[in-house]
Design a protein around this ligand. Structure first.
Ligand code: 5AD
Ligand code: SF4
Length: 458
């Protein structure tokens, strides 16, 4: 029996980091680690970092500064590990700038954590940012039933990693490497296990998730649509989502899946980045404004209740006022239900970082404010349109007040349910009564078409 030890993991960045953090915790559970929410209480701290924008990457150094101070004050010997995309991109730099770090581990080496920790435990400072030949997923532990239950009825499941698209602003092809799809049988087995543990909703994740082309059990490559068709047959799985998609990979079968699979939620995150053809070309996006709008039209034709969210970058090198206006215009045309907008951040080693015409900071700030205002209005309009509508809500946790519960709408909104006759993991029909800035509120209608479909098993 191993000595009980405590692990604190902090995730930055995208959902894949959240998933990876869970799998690291599952793997370290086998080594005797239990999770704590308090870094001061931990024997091992893992920072799972993001490199996508400069601000995200710098966060790790301020976090390490705080940890160093706390460690000195407490005189503790907590081990500190840096994982994720900053680890991959700047391993040596982290070791140089932050002597408090014992271990740097890149995203493709998480399965080696136990042995790396043993090496770091001997006092050596260890860096592993290899892209090993073995499949890390074969070696990472699956979650225990207790861990899955603690994480709630919606679970992430990585189906592919990496990217071959090389958008000129993006570090992902360098930090996460080339596009790799997991074999369908392994994904199906992981999904079945999660559903057996009470999961009702699966969020399939990948940096380029709709480029999925994993080996199928029939020996042929399966598309994401084919994979979801098989997943939808798992008894007890009520909801499916996938993120993040590239417009170039929205194949006809994937569009049809939005029509044919009732489990597939009518909410799609489809980053467009800009509404200007010139900027899209400079970004090497491989799609135009027109092809994006055509896609939106085709998706809405097969699934009229589909809502969309997106990502935008403002102040990309070469973006003029007219280009930016074209982005605002696209937002008005599509009517997004939600979106993220970012100022362009030059990333070392990416083609756009070396572009001569970088936009001044004040221009970026002004454009970001204008775009965010428009996107917020678009989101409020969408949320408001749901008032009085009855939506199926997946109950995820107890609410702040006695008797309330919090769940998710098909559109990923948080919904406070004031009178739930049900439990975590149940799906029930809820009529939306209030629309707030961060959540909706609703009631189960008096006449129950609202019987829970199934409870999350004990
Ligand atoms: N600068 C600003 N935003 C970026 N993104 C990716 N790279 C950069 C960058 N260099 C944004 C894109 C992407 C989202 C995850 O982050 O909008 O879709
Ligand atoms: Fe950040 Fe991209 Fe890495 Fe996710 S994959 S953590 S968004 S850099």
């Amino acid at each position: 029996m191993q000595q009980p030890r405590k692990l604190y993991v902090k995730s930055f960045g995208c959902q894949m980091n959240v998933y990876d953090s869970q799998r690291m915790a599952d793997t370290l559970a086998r080594e005797g680690f239990t999770e704590t929410q308090d870094p001061a209480d931990a024997d091992l701290v893992i920072l799972n970092t993001c490199h996508i924008r400069e601000k995200a990457a710098e966060k790790v150094y301020s976090e390490l500064g705080r940890l160093r101070k706390a460690k000195q004050e407490a005189g503790s010997d907590t081990m500190i590990a840096v994982a994720g995309c900053v680890a991959q991109a700047e391993g040596a730099e982290i070791m140089r700038r932050a002597p408090v770090v014992d271990l740097v581990v890149g995203p493709q080496s998480y399965h080696r954590l136990p042995e790396l920790l043993r090496a770091a435990g001997t006092g050596a400072r260890v860096v592993d940012t290899e892209f090993p030949v073995e499949d890390k997923f074969d070696h990472l532990a699956a979650p225990s039933r207790a861990a899955t239950r603690a994480r709630g009825p919606a679970a992430f499941l990585t189906v592919q990693e990496g990217c071959d698209k090389f958008c000129t602003f993006c570090v992902v092809p360098y930090t996460r490497g080339a596009e790799v799809s997991r074999p369908a049988a392994k994904i199906l087995a992981e999904a079945e296990r999660l559903v057996g543990q009470g999961v009702r909703e699966l969020i399939l994740i990948g940096q380029n998730v709709n480029a999925y082309h994993g080996d199928g059990p029939d020996g042929r490559p399966w598309s994401l649509a084919r994979l979801m068709e098989a997943l939808a047959r798992i008894e007890g799985l009520a909801r499916l989502r996938y993120t993040t998609s590239h417009p170039r990979d929205m194949g006809a079968d994937l569009i049809a899946a939005h029509r044919d699979l009732p489990q597939l939620m009518p909410y799609l995150h489809l980053p467009v980045q800009s509404g200007s053809d010139k900027v899209l070309e400079l970004m090497n996006r491989g799609h135009s404004r027109g092809t994006y709008l055509d896609l939106v039209r085709d998706l809405r034709a097969v699934r009229p209740d589909l809502a969309l969210s997106s990502d935008f970058i403002v102040g990309f090198p070469g973006e003029t006022d007219a280009d930016f206006e074209a982005t605002l215009d696209l937002v008005r045309e599509v009517g997004f239900a939600g979106a993220y907008a970012f100022k362009y951040s030059p990333r070392p080693g990416t083609p756009a970082a070396g572009h001569g015409s970088q936009a001044p900071e004040d221009v970026k700030s002004a454009r970001l404010a204008a775009l965010q205002k428009l996107l917020e209005a678009s989101k409020v309009a969408f949320d408001t349109s749901l008032k009085g509508r009855t939506l199926e809500i997946l109950l995820e946790k107890s609410g702040r007040h006695e008797g309330q519960m919090i769940g998710r709408s098909p559109y990923l909104q948080s919904v406070v349910v004031t009178n739930p006759p049900a439990a975590i993991g149940d799906l029930l029909a809820v009529t939306i009564t209030e629309v707030g800035p961060n959540s909706l509120a609703g009631r189960v209608p008096a006449l129950a078409s609202s019987r829970p479909l199934a409870a999350m098993e004990a």
